[in-house]
Design a protein around this ligand. Structure first.
Ligand code: C2E
Ligand code: MG
Ligand code: MG
Ligand code: MG
Length: 292
């Protein structure tokens, strides 16, 4: 009886796997199309000083806006794109789009200190990644010292030498690097020591539930202390409350981003936000608009 139940479970499992595979293929094909049809867009989330609230930059975050349907968030399609080289094309598009948007802001007198762009492992390790970056800088006129690239620990995993040499080459141009989602993946402190990154971004999961979760507070406190000793700037991701901000301030965290100041915004809303912050001199926490 156990055997037949096992077989049934197996068959059910196979069917759902097939269904999932079909769905992934469908999304993959739609996504390739979306890239050509210009259905991919970038929203930008403001990043601020913990102390004083100055705007220090924005992070470009991709969204998919299929015609006549609601906005699709990256959790639903980036993992699928990452299964194939489609992520490389998407990533290259994001880099080009974020840089040309940044240059347009500069030309319009909208002052934002830097733009951060997420780079996935496959994109970073593509043999022509450094050339790609050079090309985008050239084509858009982007100032490399205003470009920050975010990579996760998974980029480093198993490719430490390639990662360090590419980072070093790009850093020589003036580009800066952040280690994204720090603590959420397979962290290796021995690699961290060797990585020429400028910044660590503490994963949102550790900021959540502060101050209710004492363990999270201990982790965040330790990561901030370690990062500071190692000469990294620290950004806290996912800051949603005043209390969290106060805690981070007491721990000496430099930067934060999160719904407390703003959700990621479509370009026109971001521009309004930047103007408002420039007038008042700090994050106002009144902007929670993300169009669906
Ligand atoms: P990430 O790079 O760690 O980006 C931060 C994510 O946290 C964003 O989700 C942002 O909307 C969300 N977030 C920020 N503050 C808060 C907060 O206070 N509360 C909550 N609940 N969430 C907050 P999003 O935009 O959905 O992006 C998710 C992930 O998708 C990103 O995580 C990044 O790993 C990936 N991603 C987004 N855009 C790109 C891209 O252009 N290229 C690549 N390769 N990956 C991207
Ligand atoms: Mg990021
Ligand atoms: Mg910089
Ligand atoms: Mg992150």
């Amino acid at each position: 009886q156990a055997k037949s139940a096992g077989r049934k479970t197996r068959r059910f499992f196979d069917a759902s796997m097939q269904h999932q595979a079909d769905r992934r293929l469908l999304v993959h094909n739609e996504l390739r199309n979306a890239l050509c049809e210009r259905e991919l867009i970038l929203h930008y989330q403001p990043q601020h000083m913990v102390d004083g609230g100055d705007l220090i930059g924005v992070e470009a975050l991709i969204r998919w806006q299929p015609v006549g349907r609601s906005l699709v968030f990256p959790a639903e399609f980036i993992p699928i794109a990452e299964e194939t080289d489609l992520i490389v094309d998407i990533g290259n598009w994001v880099l080009h789009e974020a840089c040309s948007q940044y240059v347009a802001w500069q030309e319009a007198g909208i002052h934002i200190p830097q733009v951060s762009v997420n780079v996935s492992a496959k994109q970073f390790h593509a043999s022509d990644f450094v050339d790609r970056v050079h090309m985008v800088l050239f084509q858009t006129g982007m100032d490399p010292s205003c470009l920050n690239l975010e990579i996760t620990e998974s980029v480093v995993l198993g490719h430490a030498e390639d990662t360090i040499s590419k980072m070093t080459e790009l850093k020589a141009l003036g580009i800066s690097f952040a280690i994204d989602d720090f603590g959420a993946g397979y962290s290796s402190l021995s690699y961290l020591k060797r990585l020429p990154a400028n910044e660590l971004k503490i994963d949102r999961s550790f900021i959540q539930e502060i101050p209710k979760d004492g363990d999270n507070m201990a982790i965040v406190e330790a990561v901030i202390a370690m990062a500071r000793h190692m000469g990294f700037n620290v950004t806290a991701e996912g800051v949603e409350s005043r209390q969290q901000l106060e805690f981070l301030k007491a721990q000496g965290c430099c930067f934060y981003q999160g719904y407390l100041s703003s959700k990621p915004l479509p370009v026109p809303y971001l521009e309004k936000y930047v103007r408002r912050v420039a007038r008042s001199g700090q994050a106002d926490g009144k902007n929670s608009h993300e169009r669906a």
